[in-house]
Design a protein around this ligand. Structure first.
Ligand SMILES: Nc1ncnc2c1ncn2[C@@H]1O[C@H](COP(=O)(O)OP(=O)(O)O)[C@@H](O)[C@H]1O
Ligand SMILES: [Mg+2]
Length: 232
């Protein structure tokens, strides 16, 4: 599903200042895996997330997503890949304000050109899946942090992307609700979804089936998580 080989990312900022955010990062993720990428602040997690999400390109190395070499794509093609193949979940939810849960989840389907009846049907289906069947007409500000993140997960999945990419998905959420989110991820993975979750928290990474440890822009350990934490 994902193949990254010898990825390097060097940022050039003011003058001759260079920051190497990623050095020689290589790994594969197969369909149906649930992977946590874990490392301390400044280790290169967000940089890697941006590359995996086709939001940024590496300085060198290759990235193949679902059979497509991302390096070779134009800006328009990258936008298209992001819409079709990747479901994003961000720490800050990034829902539209003053907009209902249902409308938020319908939006990606509009971009994909799906007819309105079908948009409503599919958005309802995904909101039910994340346990928000009774909150569809609440606006973002009428929902708790955990509920907003569940709306964001439904929105990320409604286009049936190849992978779900989550950057610190529980970073802004109270602990009990964070556990609910982890329960949803586990269910999604059980149902066959491929998940890559970025986190600095060992307790959160512990829910994944595989943990890639990153430090100073390098993979220092890539392990199967034998003690995967199960919810419920
Ligand atoms: N746009 C940028 N320009 C220059 N340096 C950056 C930029 N973004 C990140 N960095 C640097 O790259 C390194 C990795 O950052 P980042 O990927 O955000 O790490 P993390 O998400 O793990 O905290 C840090 O040293 C950071 O200061
Ligand atoms: Mg970060």
């Amino acid at each position: 599903m994902i193949q990254v080989t010898h990825l390097t990312k060097i940022y050039h900022s003011g003058g001759n200042v260079e920051t190497t955010a990623l050095s020689d990062v290589s790994f594969d993720v197969k369909k149906g895996e649930y992977v946590a990428i874990m490392g301390p602040s400044g280790s290169g997690k967000s940089t890697l997330m941006h590359i995996l999400g086709a939001l940024d390109k590496p300085t060198s190395g290759t990235y193949i997503l679902d059979g497509e070499n991302v390096e070779a794509l134009s800006e328009d093609q990258l936008a298209d890949i992001r819409n079709r193949k990747i479901g994003f979940v961000f720490q800050a939810f990034n829902l539209l304000p003053r907009t209902t849960a249902l409308q938020n989840v319908m939006l990606p389907l509009r971009y994909a050109g799906v007819a309105k009846e079908e948009r409503i049907k599919r958005a309802e289906q995904y909101l039910n899946m994340v346990g928000l069947g009774n909150r569809m007409h609440h606006t973002s500000n009428q929902l708790s942090g955990g509920q907003q993140q569940r709306v964001a997960i439904a929105r990320a999945l409604v286009n049936n992307p190849a992978i779900l990419l989550a950057d610190e998905p529980t970073g802004n959420i109270a602990t009990a609700q964070a556990e609910e989110i982890m329960g949803i991820f586990q269910q999604l993975n059980h149902d066959g979804h491929t998940i890559i979750m970025i986190t600095h928290e060992p307790d959160i990474a512990a829910h994944a089936r595989r943990i890639i440890h990153i430090k100073d822009g390098r993979i220092i350990k890539d392990e199967i998580n034998k003690r995967q934490r199960k919810i419920g």
